[in-house]
Design a protein around this ligand. Structure first.
Ligand code: ZN
Length: 304
């Protein structure tokens, strides 16, 4: 029996970044900021930039959103270097990894309900670890044998996570039969040889889990950088769930300048009358990740 994980990681010797939206809605200003940061960081370092559509949660998806997201990225001057990867086409690989983890006793099935876990304080305590649950409609959890509580973030510096949360045996396959985000994202980051992940601060805590996962399956982990979240005057994060307005596909210039400003890049004001191509050329050349504010969220009063 082979003990090697069923996926081969390419050496992380060159810069490979990615933007990985879920097609649950159109791109809003918050997603523009993260797409732009990952794109500029990759291009400034002559790296490869990839787009991955995280379409493994059909009930939350919006028909046609994936196509619209790609069209918007192009209109904003962000062109990907390899074929777009759709997670819905990675099912065989995810299943191979799940089988491998089960064989290596690195995972176990769990029949606890959300209410059970909530009653015990909200963090899973490993109740099913030794119960040999076999029901098909149960979740699968990763045996978190390599807990990561702190890590270095390219933008935020040292990040410390909640110990109990970081140590949780988290879900990698859902009770409802869908692959969990943590499984798909880590497997695809390995599969695509991603070396740098620039994304929003809503993923600061999940990063600790993902770093544990990389170590558990003996893969080299990428470097992470988390940009501040865009929050509204009322303190809400812009998200597809709270129906943040889509960015205008027909007038990219002003949103691009606003996003560059948000990222601390101080674009010259006359750039707003320039073409998208010129704006992006300026932005790639002048990109400095050190100028991104080391804070987890920034309120924008003028974001529509
Ligand atoms: Zn359980």
């Amino acid at each position: 029996m082979s003990t090697a994980p069923p996926l081969i990681q390419r050496p992380l010797s060159s810069y490979r970044g990615r933007f990985a939206p879920s097609p649950s809605g159109l791109l809003h200003f918050g997603s523009l900021v993260t797409a732009l940061a990952s794109y500029l960081d990759a291009k400034h370092q002559n790296g490869t930039w990839l787009v991955r559509i995280e379409d493994i949660d059909p009930p939350r998806e919006q028909q046609g959103a994936a196509t619209e997201i790609l069209k918007t990225l192009e209109a904003y001057g962000m062109f990907w270097d390899e074929d777009v990867l759709y997670q819905s086409q990675q099912t065989a690989l995810y299943n191979d990894v799940l089988s491998y983890l089960a064989k290596q006793k690195l995972s176990y099935r769990c029949r606890c309900t959300r209410a059970d876990i909530k009653a015990l304080g909200g963090i899973y305590q490993g109740h099913c670890k030794h119960l040999a649950v076999s029901e098909k409609n149960s979740a699968i959890r990763l045996l978190n044998s390599n807990v990561v509580v702190q890590y270095h973030d390219i933008i935020q510096g040292n990040v410390h996570c909640d110990q109990a949360l970081a140590a949780e045996d988290f879900t990698i396959f859902r009770k409802d039969g869908l692959f969990a985000y943590q499984l798909a994202v880590v497997i695809d980051d390995i599969y695509q040889g991603i070396s740098h992940i620039i994304r929003g601060c809503d993923l600061l805590e999940p990063t600790a889990r993902q770093l544990s996962f990389f170590q558990i399956i003996n893969a080299q982990s990428p470097q992470y950088g988390h940009v501040p979240l865009v929050v509204t005057k009322q303190g809400y994060k812009l998200s597809k769930q709270n129906k943040a307005l889509a960015i205008d596909i027909n007038n990219p210039q002003s949103s691009l300048i606003q996003a560059l400003d948000f990222l601390g890049q101080s674009p010259p004001s006359e750039l707003v009358t320039s073409s998208v191509e010129n704006i992006m050329q300026w932005a790639i050349k002048h990109w400095s990740i050190d100028k991104v504010t080391k804070t987890t969220q920034i309120m924008l009063t003028n974001v529509k």
